[in-house]
Write a protein that binds this ligand. Structure first.
Ligand SMILES: C[S@@+](CC[C@H](N)C(=O)[O-])C[C@H]1O[C@@H](n2cnc3c(N)ncnc32)[C@H](O)[C@@H]1O
Length: 286
């Protein structure tokens, strides 16, 4: 079932195509995402919430909640949690997994909440999927109370996040044909310190350098193809680039990724451990 997106006045039409593409993708990938990515992205929730300081008795909004990992952990820490995602399929899944939390369908670019509704706004790996991250940050600022705090994770650049490097190298080597994936914002735009500071300031935030950090957590693969499988089964943007390839080309990409992983990430005693690196960014209303 496809949920109709709310209209976003003044939204850039070129980016609407990307937002619609993301929305269609997440509507179909909610269940596989939870199975193939949930243990990876969910592992970053404790350090992300720790970066906020105490959230006990605080009103917290989890944006792009997906299956609800931030919402779940924030509630355990004593926050009063509201969580939104623009995918109705994700919201159904989150509600099933965590029945005591308030989940709503909503778009990060136009939050339905009045000004000054929350003490904290959080997003775990949502930012790199938004068609207009600057606008989303302005929305975070608007719904926060004075002195409020926002925190979000993004995958680090490929120089430190090896999984992104393995995927992009294999695609560059083997992928064929023009892509039908619509052009979206630069995936790594917020990894750049200066660009990020400008974006945050424009929205009204000052980055808290002492709370922001680079966090690397190991993903112990059960099989050398786990990363390829997670990308093709449970990712929207990179997964689409894989899904649009022929079976033969997919097999070559799979082999290329497996070779790189075996060469770079084999561990003593067998198996493979991928160091997954994400930046935790914390901003306070200035
Ligand atoms: C990579 S998943 C992250 C899910 C979850 N936060 C986690 O920790 O795994 C990205 C999520 O962003 C949601 N999303 C993408 N664009 C959105 C938007 N404009 N508004 C609200 N949610 C959005 C998707 O539906 C998806 O659930």
């Amino acid at each position: 079932m496809s949920h109709r997106l709310p209209d976003i006045a003044e939204h850039h039409t070129g980016l609407d195509a990307f937002r619609d593409f993301e929305h269609r993708g997440w509507e179909t990938l909610a269940t596989p995402y939870h199975h193939v990515w949930g243990h990876v992205t969910g592992a970053f929730v404790p350090p992300l919430l720790a970066a906020l300081g105490s959230i006990e008795h605080r009103d917290l909004l989890d944006v792009a909640t997906g299956p609800g990992y931030v919402a779940r952990d924030a509630r355990k820490l004593g926050a009063t949690v509201t969580a939104i995602d623009f995918s109705a399929a994700m919201i159904r899944q989150a509600s099933r997994l965590h029945p005591f939390i308030r989940f709503e369908v909503g778009d990060a670019h136009s939050l339905r909440f009045p000004d000054g509704s929350f003490d904290a706004v959080v997003s775990n790996f949502g930012m790199q999927h938004f068609s207009d991250p600057g606008r989303v940050l302005s929305e975070f600022a608007r719904v926060l109370r004075p002195g409020g705090i926002c925190a979000f994770t993004i995958w680090a650049g490929n120089d430190v996040n090896c999984a992104g490097d393995v995927l992009d190298r294999a695609l560059a080597l083997e992928a064929e044909g023009q892509t039908a994936v619509p052009v979206g914002p630069n995936y790594h735009q917020l990894t750049d310190t200066e660009a990020r500071r400008d974006r945050l300031r424009h929205a009204g935030f000052e980055e808290c350098q002492e709370a922001s950090s680079l966090v690397t957590l190991p993903w112990s693969l059960t099989h050398v193809d786990d990363l390829f499988n997670a990308e093709i089964q449970g990712s929207v943007r990179s997964g689409a680039r894989l899904r649009e390839q022929t079976t033969e080309v997919q097999a070559r990409i799979r082999t290329s990724m497996a070779t790189m992983i075996a060469e770079r990430f084999s561990i003593v005693g067998g198996g493979y451990e991928l160091p997954m690196a994400a930046q935790i960014i914390v901003g306070r209303l200035s």
